[in-house]
Design a protein. Structure first.
Length: 131
């Protein structure tokens, strides 16, 4: 699934910095070499050895980061909190399941906003007025 998430990010024109354990990066070396032999520039996909605990805060705070995909559901709440605490726009956070869904590719290249117009949905005017 990680390969599919990285592929989705690359297909939509993003550069990927992938934080993982030494073991995970070693296991992915043949895959990374195959991508580079196929012509993918090394700067476009950078594995960074380390855990979320050691790299997460610095990565999220980096001004070059435009979004985050978490491969572990355990770190999603902490990542969401860190992203919301950053100054400026809140960066998108995708779970691995979302990142590998073809229907979610737009999230790698477009901002998503959700607004609810309660008046258009038959809202109560007194409630909207705060009475």
């Amino acid at each position: 699934m990680l390969a599919a998430a990285v592929g989705a990010a690359l297909v939509t024109g993003n550069t990927v910095a992938w934080a993982g354990s030494e073991t995970a990066i070693d296991a992915a070396k043949p895959w990374l070499q195959a991508l580079r032999q196929a012509g993918l520039p090394a700067a476009v996909l950078q594995p960074l050895p380390g855990s979320f605990d050691s790299l997460g805060t610095a990565l999220v705070a980096d001004a070059r980061v435009a979004g985050v995909c978490a491969t572990s559901a355990a770190v999603l709440p902490r990542l969401a909190h860190q992203l919301a605490a950053q100054p400026g726009a809140i960066l998108p956070l995708l779970s691995l399941t979302e990142a590998t869904s073809p229907r979610q590719l737009y999230r790698f290249c477009a901002e998503q906003t959700l607004t609810v117009n309660t008046a258009a949905a038959g809202g109560n005017a007194a409630l909207l007025a705060g009475l």
